[in-house]
Ligand binder design. Structure first.
Ligand code: FES
Length: 125
């Protein structure tokens, strides 16, 4: 099966579906733009990888946080599949995963169109 030519022209393949576990994100670079791609119940969403608060890498939401002594292993932030939000791992700002908006502050980050075809995730920048 071949990729739709329109998708190949306008979108950039960034990752295989199987490489992004459900409820998690990864960071990709498309033409120098840092993008976080999240898998929310099998649907993929792409937004700027930098939190609008202080620039934390959003893709790390939900990862284990380890301090200098390697003693603190709680997770920080994460994807809320019910609310379609991602919480930043640094100070837990909750961003709408579709719009990139932080409702409380009114700040917003960029989002990107995503297409999934033949087991690959494509992002339009
Ligand atoms: S840097 Fe994201 S909430 Fe502070």
């Amino acid at each position: 099966m071949s990729v739709d030519p329109e998708i190949e022209d306008e979108y950039t393949r960034v990752v295989s579906v199987e490489d992004v576990p459900r409820g998690r994100g990864i960071a990709v670079d498309v033409n120098g733009i840092e993008i976080a791609v999240f898998n929310v119940e099998g649907e993929f969403h792409a937004l700027s990888n930098r939190c609008p608060h202080q620039g934390a890498p959003l893709y790390k939401a939900g990862e284990e946080k380890i301090n200098a002594e390697h003693t603190w292993t709680e997770t920080r932030g994460g994807v809320n599949e019910g609310d379609l939000t991602v919480s930043c791992p640094w100070h837990l700002w909750e961003l709408d995963i579709k719009s990139g908006e932080h409702e409380v502050s009114g700040k917003c980050i960029g989002t990107f169109d995503v297409e999934v075809t033949d087991g690959d995730v494509f992002v339009r920048v």
